[in-house]
Design a protein around this ligand. Sequence first.
Ligand code: NAD
Ligand code: USQ
Length: 401
Amino acid sequence: MTNSKNIIVVGGDGFCGWPTALHLSGQGHNITIVDNMSRRAIDAKMGADSLTPLSSMEDRLLAWKEKTGLTIKFEKIDVAREFDRLRDLMATVKPDTIIHFGEQRAAPYSMKGVCEKRYTVDNNISGTHNLLAASVELGLDAHFVHLGTMGVYGYDDDGIEIPEGYLPVYIPGDNKKIFQRHILYPTNPGSVYHMTKSMDQLLFQFYAKNDHMRITDLHQGIVWGTQTNETRLDERLINRFDYDGDYGTVLNRFLMQAVVGHPLTVHGTGGQTRAFIHIQDTVKCLALAVANPPARDGKVAILNQMTETHTVRALANLVAETSGAKIANVDNPRNEAAENDLRVSNKTFISLGLKPVTLAEGLMDETQQIAAKYAGRCIRKMIPCVSTWTDNQRPGVIDPD
Ligand code: NAD
Ligand code: USQ
């Protein structure tokens, strides 16, 4: 490959980071994974585990080397708390691109209690800022690619198509003059986790303006699926599959619930509309973002990284139809609109050539190759969502028996 880049993948042991690191390595880039392994530690503390059996980082990297002949480096560093080690690594690697997946990413976990709220804010804001500040201090010209979220915008039911980051506003001035400005699309986060992603946006706006950093912020929808072309090469490369009440995302949870005979846990009426993307497309979008850094124009490139929108109800019906699973409408443990519409522009990735995996084609594969194969590893008591947004909400627990 002619245009091989030095890339640091922060959070490269995680669900999105691991397959991305493999894909970019396969494309000929030099990859260094940075991860503090906090995600595995949180699972151990909660008594949860990935449905798929995860190999250690050492075994993962050995398997990749055996299968492809390619080397990926790994450094165990906490980017929020070990600034000096992080800066020294960045000085050595001299990255062309830094991809930042390394945050606490579960909304329910971030609402569990005061410890989890404080951890999520401290970890996510410090980690993001340390990476930006170290880049500037070292005079690196790295393209910074961050995984943000569609959820920063909240889910107001006003029918506006969410644009790619910026909103033209018209402000009446003196003498009937109208001023036009482009502002960041207003945020309306629905959890402490989503709030940290909204705060990240201001850090990016500042560093793009003040230090002329080239920053791409990918506002990603809910990721579903497990495997990518690279993680399928060897069982030791398998990606994680979260299904517990804090980290499991809705569609993967429903797929797993269907195969273990647990009713599908639809919160409330299931009228919440959300944006979705398959993990294979996440990986492709990252490769497209890395290959297309934005201009150094003082503005953050904000791209919506999603391919389909669905209501939770429609997803449950689809999974129930294909599997025969029952649906249980449980009390919603979250503070969110019972019903909402969602329209999102994703024109940049489509114009760059993304051809999405659709729910219709990927669903059965996922159910049979992953959920059914590893169903025996399911820890049933971890299925209910017990983190509530306020003290007076009852947890959405159901007794399937
Ligand atoms: P994940 O929890 O599986 O992976 C995150 C990784 O970052 C973990 O391996 C963890 O150990 C590491 N990490 C966390 N804090 C760190 C720190 N301080 N220092 C070093 N490493 C640290 O999460 P994921 O699903 O892969 O999500 C990755 C990113 O994508 C997150 O920022 C998330 O907000 C975003 N995102 C995820 C989804 C989704 O559905 N999974 C959807 C939209 C956006
Ligand atoms: N839900 C159910 N039943 C369940 C689990 C969830 O009905 O068993 C509902 C929730 O109430 C919510 C919707 O499904 O209305 C989505 O919940 P989720 O847990 O799948 O997704 P979310 O909390 O939004 O977070 C996930 C990732 C996060 C990412 C976000 C993208 O964990 O990292 O940022 O998706 S987005 O939703 O676009 O903001």
